[in-house]
Design a protein around this ligand. Structure first.
Ligand code: ZN
Ligand code: FE
Length: 254
């Protein structure tokens, strides 16, 4: 039975998620920017958090964990990247790329999406057609390169692009409006991107997250390998990773 996923807006522009397995009642919290809205969302849904899945070490993704645990009837089991165990909150389960994780009866896979940070992981649940990508692939964008290199991030995005196109992408921030402005500047003729944001305005936070196929049609960072994108940037014949790097540079200065 597919996971039921609830988007929880936190802080100024972060998202946490509840992922609930109806078969067992198990519920995972994906990233913990702050405790209060997550506890309120759990109470509203009538779900008990059994697990916490962390994507990366930044404070806006882990800073609420202690308060969340204190507010739960029993502490949730915390999963995060083994490679980042030294700078994550204490983990009950340290995982490596290709390891499996479970939320009740739903099994997922850990994917290395280093770039924004080195050691950043995503969680893919194929039975639920869902992937939690933190600050790697984001709605209409991707995370800034704080620790990794552009080729590293391009490899990470390429791993995500290899998932089934129907996979819904649940990312860590709502930067949709700014990302749209950038996407329009790169590909002014991409009507799918404009339509996507118009739709999200009427649909609230849940509608920020679309399928991988829709990201690939609208997100300029996933379009670095396309001949049209290379030509538009004056980079015909350059490598995909070089074009991605140029897109990232332009967005940083946008
Ligand atoms: Zn981050
Ligand atoms: Fe973040």
């Amino acid at each position: 039975m597919p996971l039921r996923i609830v988007t929880v807006p936190c802080l100024s522009d972060n998202f946490a998620f509840l992922a609930h397995d109806p078969a067992t009642g198990a519920t995972a919290v994906v990233d913990v920017p702050e405790a209060e809205p997550i506890l309120a969302a759990l109470a509203r849904a009538g779900w008990q958090a059994t697990d916490v899945l962390l994507t990366h070490h930044h404070a806006d993704h882990v800073g609420g964990l202690e308060a969340l645990q204190a507010g739960l009837p029993a502490p949730a089991r915390v999963t995060g990247a083994a490679a980042d165990a030294h700078r994550l909150p204490p983990l009950d389960r340290a995982v490596a790329p290709d390891d499996t994780v479970s939320i009740g009866s739903e099994t997922g896979t850990v994917i290395d999406v280093s770039g924004h940070t080195v050691g950043h992981i995503a969680y893919h649940f194929p039975g639920s057609e869902a992937a939690f990508t933190g600050d790697s692939l984001m709605a209409l964008g991707c995370g800034r390169l704080f620790e990794g290199t552009a080729p590293m991030m391009w490899d990470s995005l390429s791993r995500l692009m290899a998932l089934p196109e129907g996979t819904r992408i649940f990312s860590g921030h709502d930067y949709l409006a700014g990302n749209l402005a950038f996407a329009r500047s790169v590909e002014p003729g991409n009507a799918a991107a404009a339509a996507r944001v118009a739709r999200s305005r009427s649909g609230g936070p849940e509608s920020v997250h679309v399928t991988l196929g829709e990201e690939m049609a609208t997100n300029p960072f996933l379009r670095a390998a396309r001949a049209e994108t290379k030509t538009a940037l004056g980079m015909a014949g350059r490598s995909d990773a070089e074009v991605f790097a140029e897109l990232r540079r332009r967005k940083d200065a946008f």
